[in-house]
Design a protein around this ligand. Structure first.
Ligand SMILES: [Zn+2]
Length: 439
């Protein structure tokens, strides 16, 4: 019998974590932050501030491993699917309590190392780097298989937990990008070869969206269309996107080269992810770009520049976060924002009241300076309904557990599965700690 223990992220978005158990052996998949709850706890602090683990658990910012200590003792390995904070960001807070090895792809482990360094935490665990399609053994009865898949950060994998009674496929998060700009297409062959899949745990964030998610190559065309199609001579160009979205950063660097402008990465967060990408052998911009890594250097850097219109500044702060670089530049006296300069938002607003408010404030500052604003130059990293349909048919699982969504999204996933032919009791909408036993 295979047992699924949902720990975080079930009927909620964020703090992804699940335990898959066979006999007395188990593996934990992902250990992430609930971003909204985490930011709410930490954003008002001006000084580095250590939130106690018990508070993080109580405020539902991290998965609650404290209430299942005995269960955690049986975990033979923690496997991380990818480098986003809602999948790996809680590891530093549990650092001293995790006694099992932590497995991930090279980029994921490099990002985890940077997060541990940021929080000044050490883990007793061994950090084990794998290639994107590795298969390895973690206990007497459990094998783990990584399958390469596309997403909005590099080296994302679907994790397959192989047991003597069948496999559990964990696809959280992913998209099916058949024209990716960095790395290969999803490894469909490995997906098709999976046999006896008992359970599919499925990313449902965009289950309500009746589309196929467009390829990242479409996002590139959207950004090219603006930057190569619009007069920008003698104008400042500032672009903002997700720090961990390495391929999007690559696109911006390539367009900067076409425009004969020097790309300049500003801010600690972008540098951190690019350093991880370099260490993982994915990409290296050291020769092509400038880096202004630390907050304290920014004012000095801009004051030292004789000219700013021969560069493209790539900065953090796409959600309008008041302390991020873009908001700081928009309100500073050291960045010469002026008439018809260009600001590109290569993102969408993550739908949350705080973000809409912050973005309105930021865009107000930019408009006061007569800057031209370009929004929504973005495609998602998550599969939509028509990708889910393809994917479910490829994997052909006995049971489906929709995850990474609120109830309406999970219900939409259930409707789709029923449309494909699944019976009601084979699609299991779970809450955290509502265990599922699969024979
Ligand atoms: Zn993700």
């Amino acid at each position: 019998m295979i047992e699924i223990i949902p720990v975080g992220g079930y009927s909620e978005i964020g703090r992804n974590c699940v335990i898959v158990k066979y006999k007395k052996e188990s593996v934990m998949l992902d250990l992430g932050l609930h971003m909204e709850n985490y930011v709410r706890l930490t954003q008002d602090e001006d000084v580095p501030f250590e939130v106690p683990l018990s508070t993080l658990v109580r405020e539902q910012a991290v998965p609650d491993l404290l209430s299942i200590k005995e269960e955690v003792k049986q975990v033979k390995a923690l496997c991380i699917s990818h480098a986003h904070l809602d999948h790996v960001g809680a590891v530093p807070f549990y650092a001293s309590k995790l006694k099992m090895p932590i497995h991930g792809t090279e980029f994921t482990i490099e990002v985890l190392k940077a997060l541990l360094k940021d929080k000044k935490k050490k883990v007793d665990s061994k950090l084990v780097k794998h290639k994107e399609n590795d298969r390895f053994n973690v206990s007497e009865n459990i094998d783990i298989q990584f399958i390469h898949v596309t997403h909005s950060t590099p080296q994302t994998v679907i994790i397959v937990v192989h047991t003597p009674e069948g496999a559990v496929v964990y696809a959280n998060d992913f998209k099916l990008d058949n024209a990716p700009l960095l790395g290969p297409k999803p490894n469909y062959k490995a997906m098709e070869e999976l046999k006896n899949v008992k359970v599919l745990i499925l990313d449902s964030l965009y289950a309500l969206d009746p589309r196929k998610t467009p390829s990242e190559s479409i996002a590139r065309e959207m950004i090219r269309d603006v930057l190569l199609g619009i007069t920008s001579k003698d104008k400042n160009i500032v672009v903002t996107t997700f720090s961990s979205h390495i391929v999007r950063l690559k696109t911006i660097v390539e367009i900067a080269e076409t425009l004969k402008r020097k790309p300049v990465f500003v801010g600690r967060s972008i540098s951190k992810y690019l350093d991880a990408a370099k260490a993982a052998g994915i990409i290296d911009f050291e020769e092509k770009a400038e880096f202004v890594r630390f907050g304290g250097q920014i004012e000095k850097y801009f004051k030292s520049l004789k000219k700013t219109t021969d560069k493209i500044f790539i900065v953090t702060g796409h959600q309008g976060e008041p302390k991020a670089i873009l908001s700081r530049l928009a309100t500073s006296n050291y960045f010469p924002f002026g008439y018809e300069d260009l600001v590109l938002f290569c993102c969408k607003i993550i739908p949350h009241e705080e973000n809409f408010k912050n973005r309105a404030v930021l865009e107000g500052h930019l408009k006061n300076k007569k800057v031209r604003i370009f929004t929504d130059l973005h495609v998602s990293g998550h599969a939509c309904r028509e990708d889910h349909r393809e994917f479910i048919k490829i994997i052909n699982p006995k049971h489906i557990i929709p995850t990474h969504g609120e109830i309406p999204m999970l219900e939409a996933q259930k409707e789709l599965a029923k449309e494909i032919g699944y019976k009601d009791d084979k699609v299991n909408i779970l809450k955290n700690f509502s265990r599922l036993y699969i024979k």
